[in-house]
Design a protein around this ligand. Structure first.
Ligand code: SF4
Length: 128
């Protein structure tokens, strides 16, 4: 597939749960939780400086990655038929606070082409 991409100078959409394959295959990455993209950006940014707690936990739980460096995922993923209010990740997020229950986080620019949907990335609110 990498050869085909290079040979035909084309774009492909690649979906996988295997983070090592994604890292090898993809230049741009979108991380999904309960059917919505919670973080997106260039491979180097996503793997080198993940901004969203879900991405951080995914990378920490990957074989050979993290080793407890970042928060690990707790609990079960909620049903897609009963998505939690506010931030859909709040029932498993170690950093959840009041605002996460009532308000769905907007996708915010983190820099370097990276974006994340988390209230902790709302610099204006965090600084206030
Ligand atoms: S918005 Fe809140 S619950 Fe959602 S990822 Fe950020 S801190 Fe966690």
């Amino acid at each position: 597939m990498r050869d085909l991409q290079d040979r035909h100078n084309t774009t492909m959409l690649f979906i996988s749960h295997d983070l090592r394959v994604v890292q090898f295959m993809c230049d741009e990455i979108g991380v999904m939780y309960l059917g919505e993209i919670v973080e997106q950006g260039p491979r180097e940014r996503i793997y080198g400086a993940p901004a969203h707690p879900y991405t951080q936990a995914l990378l920490a739980s990957a074989p050979g990655k993290g080793g407890g460096r970042r928060a690990r995922l707790q609990g079960e993923i909620p049903s897609a038929h009963a998505v939690p209010s506010g931030c859909a990740f709040r029932t498993r997020c170690p950093y959840a606070f009041d605002r996460c229950v009532s308000e769905k986080p907007a996708m915010r620019d983190v820099g370097g082409g990276q974006k994340g949907a988390c209230h902790l990335l709302d610099r204006a609110a965090v600084a206030a």
